[in-house]
Design a protein around this ligand. Structure first.
Ligand code: TR5
Length: 143
């Protein structure tokens, strides 16, 4: 029983360690300006909102329509390149919210969705976000 007990204690420690690791992953990344926008501590022009997603106008628009779509719970999702399989549902919700935004903004005939992932792609805010751009003729390739 003693040996069994020790094994059980060790297993519990392993479980604790993995729970701590999971919690650290969930909170990974420093808070960003988007946390304050979600908390409505900083004003933004909201275009669409549901329980898990927020869409608001970009402060420095690159097209007549430029809306950012973000998850309200970052859950470690600082950038697309760090996404995990468990986050597939929210990734799909964000993409569908981009379509709702395009519809609301009257640009369903043509719009662009951009995700900058990582410094090489010029990501500047480390809270995953989709850019929804439209209202003008877009060019290809992007810069
Ligand atoms: O460069 P990435 O892809 O990371 O995109 C970040 C986007 O956040 C840029 O297009 C910025 O213009 C936008 N941004 C940054 C701030 C901000 C914002 N959009 C709305 N409101 C904002 N506030 C209040 N503060 C910002 N620093």
């Amino acid at each position: 029983p003693l040996k069994g007990g020790r094994v059980r204690v060790n297993a519990t420690k392993d479980e604790e360690a993995s729970a701590k690791k999971a919690a650290a992953t969930a909170n990974a990344g420093a808070p960003t300006i988007f946390d304050k926008i979600i908390a409505k501590e900083i004003p933004s022009i909201i275009v669409y909102e549901d329980e898990r997603v927020l869409a608001f106008r970009d402060i420095n628009p690159q097209a007549p329509v430029h809306v950012l779509v973000i998850p309200k719970f970052r859950d470690g999702l600082t950038e697309l390149g760090k996404a995990e399989a468990r986050q597939r549902d929210i990734l799909g919700e964000l993409l569908y919210a981009a379509k709702i935004v395009a519809e609301k903004e009257g640009i369903l005939d043509g719009f662009r969705v951009v995700i900058n992932s990582g410094a090489t792609a010029c990501q500047s805010v480390y809270h995953l976000h989709l850019h929804v751009l439209g209202g003008r003729q877009m060019k290809w390739p992007p810069g």
